[in-house]
Design a protein around this ligand. Structure first.
Ligand SMILES: [Ca+2]
Ligand SMILES: [Ca+2]
Length: 362
């Protein structure tokens, strides 16, 4: 039996607009719910990262119990997000300092709720595009029961993440094709914390969803790209009788923020999918592709197919001397057959931001 597991498409997360009613109206600090949206979860870690090592007034009650505590007034700084809580909300345990004990408080109270639940809000601002994806260049031959560790990458050599400070996202696993007990995600500090140690993270699996957040802690963002972690899974289940495409891994709710919690990067998430395959061997073939795909690249005839891009404002081809030529896409194809052989950069502008990709005509 031969099953080909191919990639999917795209999840594009458009701008979440400002909402004046995105937090609970009272000013009680529930230990772990830093953005005061009614739940302690991974997103609250980003706020701790953006206020780490700040000191302020102790609460009357220094406790991590899940109760509402009157917020102390002696915290001068506010988070400039829609909820505008003071830094005092990030002092989850109330000891007057923001640090690792507050990360542990989020973990201890993880998933607990109070009052009205509001969606986590981000200050999404049009910036550049980027991808969170599994860079499997070659398909993997797998059998049911085999375990795999797959790196998860953010950005690439042509699309650096500018001013990276933290990220929150979810990994959704299809339990029909993956052993849920086998699923885990491990952070890779690499380029996001090149000096080591200046990183905090939360990584919680509930049923078939892993919620992940990680943040730098020294108010200094980094620019770069590369792996941020590794997903480990064991493939299992009956994949021989699929009648339609089945998603097995989905990346969702992706937000990359700078040190002030502004989200300038619009992030596409790559998924891994099983499509109906031929029954020719006992192997399962797993592959994952990039969310935005331009192929073939290199191209022999100068024609490039584009998947994952629906609308754009302009397309420019930039040659190695910097000369810029406007082009158009017709039927998901960019035709550069009048261009000499060589290396070019394709710049895609949309209302949401800019995307750059290297193209080669052989
Ligand atoms: Ca919260
Ligand atoms: Ca504290």
């Amino acid at each position: 039996m031969k099953i080909s597991i191919q990639h999917i498409t795209i999840a594009f997360f458009s701008c979440l607009c400002f909402n004046a009613y995105s937090q609970n109206p009272d000013s009680l600090v529930w230990p772990g719910d830093v953005n005061n949206n009614g739940i302690a979860n991974h997103v609250d870690l980003l706020y701790v990262g953006a206020s780490y090592n700040t000191q302020g007034e102790e609460r009357d009650q220094i406790t991590t119990d899940w109760v509402g505590n009157p917020a102390p007034s002696g915290w001068n700084d506010l988070f400039f997000t829609t909820e505008m809580p003071s830094f005092g909300f990030a002092d989850c345990d109330g000891n007057g300092m923001i640090g690792m004990e507050d990360v542990l408080t989020i973990e201890n109270n993880y998933g607990l709720t109070h009052d009205t639940l509001f969606e986590d809000q981000f200050n999404d601002i049009p910036g550049s595009f980027n991808e969170l994806y599994f860079p499997l260049d070659e398909p993997i031959q797998a059998q049911s029961g085999d375990s795999y560790s797959i790196d998860l990458h953010l950005g690439d050599i042509y699309n650096d993440i500018q001013n990276f400070y933290g990220i929150a996202f979810t990994i959704e696993v299809n339990p029909n094709f993956v052993n849920l007990g086998s699923v885990s995600f491990a952070i890779n500090s690499g380029w996001i914390a090149p000096n080591g140690g200046d990183l905090i993270d939360i990584n919680k699996k509930t049923d078939n969803i892993i919620e992940v957040a990680l943040s730098r802690i020294n108010m200094t963002p980094v620019t770069g790209h590369g792996p941020i972690g590794t997903l480990s899974i064991v493939i299992e289940g009956n994949v021989t009788e699929l009648s339609s495409e089945q998603e097995i891994i989905r990346l969702d709710k992706i937000h990359v923020v700078d040190e002030y919690l502004y989200a300038y990067q619009q992030i596409f998430g790559g998924n891994i999918t099983i499509v109906n395959g031929e029954t020719t061997s006992n192997n399962t073939v797993i592959s994952a592709n990039r969310p935005i795909k331009i192929f073939p690249n290199p191209s022999l005839d100068g024609k490039f197919r584009v998947s994952g891009l629906d609308t754009y404002e302009s397309l420019s081809i930039i040659d190695i001397t910097g000369r810029r030529t406007q082009v158009e896409m017709y039927d998901q194809e960019i035709n550069l057959n009048s261009f000499p052989k060589g290396v070019y950069f394709l710049e895609i502008m949309t209302s949401e931001g800019k995307w750059t990709e290297k193209l080669m005509i052989h």
